[in-house]
Structures are given as C-alpha cells and as structure tokens.
Design a binder for this molecule. Structure first.
Ligand code: RB5
Length: 158
C-alpha cells in the first residue's frame, strides 16, 4: 500500500496525456502526492523520454512507485524496463495490477490509453497502489535472479 505521504510519479506521451490528467486528479483526490513529469500537452512526444523521467525518480528514491501511459502501454513498458531496478508491466486488469506488486514487486504500472477507459484505469491504479510486495522467500529468490540478469551474470551466452 502506497502511503499518502509517499509520492507517486506519473508520466505519459501524447497518447496517454488525457488519461494521465484524469489519473493525476484521481490520485490527488485520494490524498496522494503526485509528481507529474509530463507530457503537459498533447503535441506528439516520445514515450522513452517519460519512461526515463519516471524511472529516474524511482531510482533516486523520490518515489517508490510510478505510472506510465502511452497509446498501448507497450512502448512505455519496454523503455521503462531498460532502467536498472525498474520492474514495469502493462496491466489492463485489476488482478495483474495487484498481483504484479505482491509477487513481482512491480514498481511501474503501464497503461494503454487507447485500450482501456478511464473508469477501468482508475480501478487498476487503485489495485496497484493498494498492493504491497509479499516478501516471501520464493518471490525474493526470483527477483534476485532478475537482478542477476540485469547485472549480466544471468547471461548464458556472454
Ligand atoms: C504513439 O502514437 C504510440 O505509438 C505510443 O503512445 C505507444 O502506443 C507506444 O507503445
């Protein structure tokens, strides 16, 4: 569960701009502090730029969780997962949104504004921010293996 005194960082390209604005309002109404890294208009923009800004806020510790939105959620998740320590996934259902945190310690939720409507997006965000990593041995073991892959030691063909 993200506490109300924690920041949530959110970013979107032009494809996700409108949904981002709705989700920022939603999070503020729930009492959260939101860091909105843009886009601030619907002019064409590049999702990797917003993935970088969201990822860097998490890497620096300014925020523990982030939300990224593009047209499909796919580009945003591909870009975000290139950053060390970022575990991003597209979730268009509430089960994945909480289970991804509970089992996989997902720290960036990616949404496709052209795929889901605002009401479902809000439910998904609620499920995501309400969830907490379960910290079980088997989950930690798997995360450690992901970390090893990230560090290059998981490569079978160097
Ligand atoms: C932008 O047109 C679109 O390609 C982008 O928002 C996203 O869907 C990429 O995955």
């Amino acid at each position: 569960m993200i506490r109300e005194d924690e920041k949530i960082v959110i970013g979107a390209d032009h494809g996700g701009y409108q949904l981002k604005n709705s989700l920022v309002d939603y999070l503020l109404r729930l009492g959260y502090e939101v860091v909105d890294v843009g886009a601030y208009n619907d002019e064409p923009s590049d999702y990797p730029d917003f993935a970088r800004m969201v990822a860097e806020k998490i890497q620096s510790g300014e925020a523990r969780r982030g939300i990224l939105i593009c047209g499909s959620g796919v580009g945003a998740s591909i870009a975000a997962n290139k950053f060390r320590g970022i575990r991003a996934a597209v979730c268009h259902d509430t089960y994945s949104a909480h289970q991804g945190v509970e089992d996989d310690d997902m720290n960036v939720l990616c949404l496709g504004a052209r795929i889901i409507g605002e009401a479902l997006a809000k439910d998904i965000v609620k499920a995501y921010i309400s969830a907490e990593f379960k910290n079980k041995d088997r989950y930690n073991r798997r995360l450690k293996k992901i970390e090893e892959i990230e560090n290059g030691s998981g490569q079978t063909h160097p």
